[in-house]
Design a protein around this ligand. Sequence first.
Ligand code: FMN
Length: 317
Amino acid sequence: MQDSFWQKLPQPFFILAPMEAVTDIIFRHVVAEAGSPDIWFSEFTNATGWTHAGQKAIGGRLVKSIDEDPIVAQIWGGNPNDMQNLASYCRELGFYGIDINMGCPAKSAIKSGGAALIRNPELAIESIKAAKAANLPVSVKTRLGYSNISEYKNWISTLLKQDIVNLTVHLRTKKEMSKVPAHFELIDEIVKLRNEISPQTLLTINGDIKNRAHGEEIVKNHPGVNGIMIGRGIFTDPFCFRNNPKNTEKTQNDLVNLLRIHLGLFDQWQPQTGRPFETLKRFFKIYIKGFDGAKEARELLMQCKSTDEARKIIDSL
Ligand SMILES: Cc1cc2nc3c(=O)[nH]c(=O)nc-3n(C[C@H](O)[C@H](O)[C@H](O)COP(=O)(O)O)c2cc1C
């Protein structure tokens, strides 16, 4: 395994989970203002789409800036040649690593890739080999199995035999979607597999982890876990990566200020992401909550058509 930024990370390290239509360059910079993780991931980007339709297929998903250090491109697909193409392009763009999504349960994804790879280990192995040809460190993000939890023994073992730099396990099966609590009870078993099969592969745990303190507690209770990935926790608390738990008790003003920052970053980066103002609306509930009149303010924000209109509303709060 080649040496890379992964080996130089503090432990435990924290990752902002890749989330489609959420963790683009704009929102990642909001999180950087609120409290940074140690690694950034792009939204997942389809390799076959890129190979056949180029930029048009990937939109703003791979837009990044130099201060996002280190940032990993997450790719997905069902064709190893296409994976190699996209991984090479990500290297040209300056990404620090490639992560392959082998866990997305969406119908559109499992036609060829995402969680479908759990049922097609040969293709998963070929995809890892192909991505490695781009000469960047390759990691995988997956689930415990497709339908049954017990699948994890074979599936996780197969992945650990591929000499990947990091394995992120979302502690649910594809079938479970996000409808049941994450299976924290399996962490020690997974650590054991990693220690037996590939001690050099870093292990990152994902699913229902709320914030840095919660992640640190998990690592303390399950020695051997190297990293923690947080997804939806960022919606409940955009300051969730902050070091000092006291700092995460934020006031209404702190949250509204973060929305102000978000609007500014949207203006700055929108020409490159190409995403319309409407896409901002899903974020308002992160910032405008927990005070009398919050619901009404959100309703007004939802009617806005520009960042200037939105700014006027938050100025009046
Ligand atoms: C809106 C949304 C979009 C997501 N998009 C991706 C994605 O592009 N790639 C990926 O690997 N997982 C994606 N996920 C899954 C998350 O990365 C994560 O595995 C999942 O939410 C469980 O972690 P959490 O409980 O910390 O949120 C997405 C999840 C959400 C809620």
